[in-house]
Design a protein around this ligand. Sequence first.
Ligand SMILES: [Zn+2]
Length: 172
Amino acid sequence: MIRQPHPASLGQVQSPSMEIASNGQSPSKAEITTEAWLALIESCTSELPNEACGILACSQQPIAPDGLLRIDRIFPIRNASSSSKQTFTFDPKEWVQALLSIQKNRQSLVGFYHSHPTTAPVPSLADLEGMKYAPAASYWIVSLADSQHPVVQPYWFNGTAFIPLMFAQISV
Ligand SMILES: [Zn+2]
């Protein structure tokens, strides 16, 4: 049972900053910088055995005309769920702080991530349920089922379903 940020937490930040920077476009593939990828893995392994969660941002145009979604920043957010081994809920204070730093640094919010400490990087029914309240966004799951070999899988949530995205890790 894995959950997307609790609807109540998302509801508190329905400000302009909550706009997901998709420009109405759906990406077909994703790219993450090595630095952001390492930060993502570190944020997830350091929270074991609990689920980690947070948001992903981009400093440039988040979706290129060719459909490439770019990620170059990770903002870990404390998992405030009382059953944090199976679910996650964004700590409301840190969630707002992360959105404010994104705004301040002129970055764009492009997605959400959470970890699956013992299962595959496949969205659970609860993940789908949680998306009812979320905007179209990229949605990254980090599987630590084999903690020596984390598996990262991004999806695009199009309003009804999770579409897996091809992705590459790049050095800049
Ligand atoms: Zn999940």
